[in-house]
Structure formats: structure tokens, C-alpha cells
Design a protein around this ligand. Structure first.
Ligand code: SAM
Length: 214
């Protein structure tokens, strides 16, 4: 049995009990080694269902939140997905494991650089860039799914524009301390359907169409 394999299976059981049902998401949580994305000093906590600090004031999100948001995207194999907030790289690794074509943007250079090296080392092929994700990544649009892993004061128009028809944008929106998860489906270029899921808590999305930097 590999390192932390039992702990990873226990995490899968916890998430299933909490209502995660998408088999591709469950498989990915069971296979991707979260401990690789967690700072060494914190590794023994890797398979608890909690967010953990990754340095520079940022976090690797709680596994339940990651699983819930990924499930909410309702992706098909080989979909093109844009992630805003690469952070540790764990979410990007899950999407890659699920067979997605992944694009991910991180605004803090130190985090971007460290995670880029880690992804290369682990053979996880995702396209990354350092920049302001609130304006999306126009060059490769449209995306079948866009997942924003930091809390925003509103839904950035650029991200709505870069979504494919029938694509989904999953984004926490609210105050700096607490957000509602918005699951937005693009029906056509003007029309969107929105479902709100209450009570999530993320670090702030900072950028032109997000929060101002303090
Ligand atoms: N998805 C990450 C993971 O799997 O570890 C979680 C990342 S953390 C909760 C949110 C990240 O969003 C932080 O690394 C933060 O620097 C980044 N961030 C905040 N505002 C951003 C922006 N405008 N563009 C890109 N990244 C941003």
C-alpha cells in the first residue's frame, strides 16, 4: 500500500458521505496525492477535510469545497477548463486527472513559480500563467468550464464572455469573509441561469474585476 493511501480512501469516504456523487471527481480525489501539494510541515494533515496554509497568505482549499465546485462544473471528458487561482496546483491536478484540458492563472509570482515547477516534476500537464485571472485568458477562450477559487465582490464580465454556450462558471461571490457559490450556466450570449449555494469561505480574488489590492 502506497504512502497515505488509507488516509486518501478515508477522505473519499468522508466526501461521499457529505454528498459528493460524481464518479470522476471521486476517482480523482482517490488518486491525486494531496500531500504533494501541501507544505512538508503540514503533510500529516493532508487528508483531513480542511483548508491548509500554503504560504504567502494563501491556502489549499478544503477538499469538500474542491470536490463540490468540480462536480458543479458538470464536465465531459476533454473539456477545456479555466481555473482562476492556481495556488498549490491541487485543483488543477484533479482536473488533469479527470482528463480535462486545463488552463490556470495565478496572480502571485512566488506561488505561480513554485507550483509550475511542482506540476512539471509530477508530470501534470496544465497550461499556467502568472497574471490577473479576473480578466480571464482570452487567447484560449471559449471554455466549457471556469472555476474561480478565490472570493469575488461580483461576477467578472470577462469570465462570462469567455464561457462557451452551455458552459458553466463556478465562482464564490460576497464579502471578504463569506461568500455564496454561484453556479452560472451560459444559455446564449446574453442569457445566463444562476444557482446560488450558500456559505463558503475563500481568500479574496484580487484584480481589475475583483477586490482592490490593499
Ligand atoms: N485552487 C487552489 C488550490 O488548489 O490550491 C486554491 C487557491 S487559493 C484558495 C486562491 C488563489 O487565488 C491564491 O493563490 C491567490 O493568490 C489567487 N488569486 C487571487 N486573486 C487572483 C487573481 N485575480 N488572479 C489569479 N489568481 C488569484
Amino acid at each position: 500500500m502506497g504512502i497515505f493511501e488509507r488516509e486518501r480512501q478515508e477522505l473519499v469516504d468522508i466526501l461521499t458521505e457529505k454528498g459528493i456523487y460524481d464518479l470522476a471527481v471521486i476517482k480523482a480525489i482517490g488518486e491525486v496525492e494531496r500531500h504533494r501539494f501541501v507544505p512538508k510541515a503540514m503533510r500529516h494533515h493532508s487528508y483531513r477535510d480542511v483548508a491548509l496554509p500554503i504560504g504567502y497568505g494563501q491556502t489549499i482549499s478544503q477538499p469538500y469545497t474542491v470536490a463540490y465546485m468540480t462536480q458543479a462544473l458538470e464536465l465531459k471528458q476533454n473539456s477545456k477548463v479555466l481555473e482562476i487561482g492556481t495556488g498549490s496546483g491541487y485543483q488543477a491536478a484533479l482536473l488533469f486527472n479527470m482528463g480535462m484540458n486545463v488552463y490556470s492563472i495565478e496572480r502571485q509570482f512566488e506561488i505561480y513559480d513554485r507550483t509550475r515547477r511542482l506540476l512539471d516534476e509530477l508530470g501534470i500537464r496544465v497550461n499556467t500563467k502568472c497574471g490577473d485571472g479576473t480578466i480571464g485568458w482570452d487567447e484560449f477562450a471559449p471554455y466549457d468550464g471556469i472555476i474561480v477559487t478565490a472570493g469575488s465582490p461580483s461576477v467578472p464580465e470577462s469570465l462570462k464572455k469567455q464561457l462557451a454556450i452551455n458552459g458553466r462558471l463556478v465562482i464564490p461571490v460576497g464579502s471578504k469573509n463569506s461568500q455564496i457559490l454561484k453556479i452560472i450556466t451560459k444559455l446564449d450570449n446574453e442569457e445566463f441561469s444562476i444557482r446560488d449555494v450558500p456559505e463558503f469561505s475563500f481568500v479574496p480574488l484580487i484584480g481589475r474585476e475583483g477586490w482592490n489590492q490593499k
